[in-house]
Design a protein around this ligand. Sequence first.
Ligand code: AKG
Ligand code: FE2
Length: 222
Amino acid sequence: MRPSPGENATWQLSTKVCRISHFLAEETAELLLSRATHAAQEDLYPSRVRGNQVDTRTRRALSHVGFEAEELTDAINKVRGPVERALGISCEGTEPAFALNIHNDGDFYQPHQDVSSHEAAKGMLAANRVVTFVYYMHRTPVAFSGGALRMYDTAAPLRMDGTLDPKECSYRDYPPEHNSVIFFAPSALHEVRRVSCPSREHADSRFAINGWLCRNPAVRGE
Ligand SMILES: O=C(O)CCC(=O)C(=O)O
Ligand SMILES: [Fe+2]
């Protein structure tokens, strides 16, 4: 008889990412970093988790939603074709929606999916997110450590409730290197590892423009 996988069997499917370093022209990257560094303190507020709550056990960071980054969205549009092919996801009819996220000393974002299978199945707001992108910036020399983006491989089959347990998944860490961008499917389990930034200065932070190519960007959902 052919062996059949038991209930505890796990398949690790490596998660596809597209990562591009030196993404923007150097002057453009510096301009964006300077805009992020000079963001008005009153425009920054504690980052929220889905459901629009502040939950500092899950996520500790600051966000700026009105941040302007046309230079970045133009460049993203130009690489859309190869990204679609590499990830195997069609972005037709999508528009970017994004925010600036700032991680300073002790900040992190616990493992999460930008779209859960529950949300996708129920057609909830976050299900409009088709591809996640994250563009990183920091001053040189870098003044923080940690803060890697940890991408978990998918454990298949998923649990009966559709969730993933990070402890059961292998992973790969990507450094938040200045002027690099990464694209992945919003259903991929990922995490921001804790940042250590001894000076605690805003300008020394890990800056990320994090967003999604969305089917209906007017209804972003958090
Ligand atoms: O900053 C990053 O590396 C990822 C942030 C993230 O996962 C999110 O904001 O949903
Ligand atoms: Fe995320």
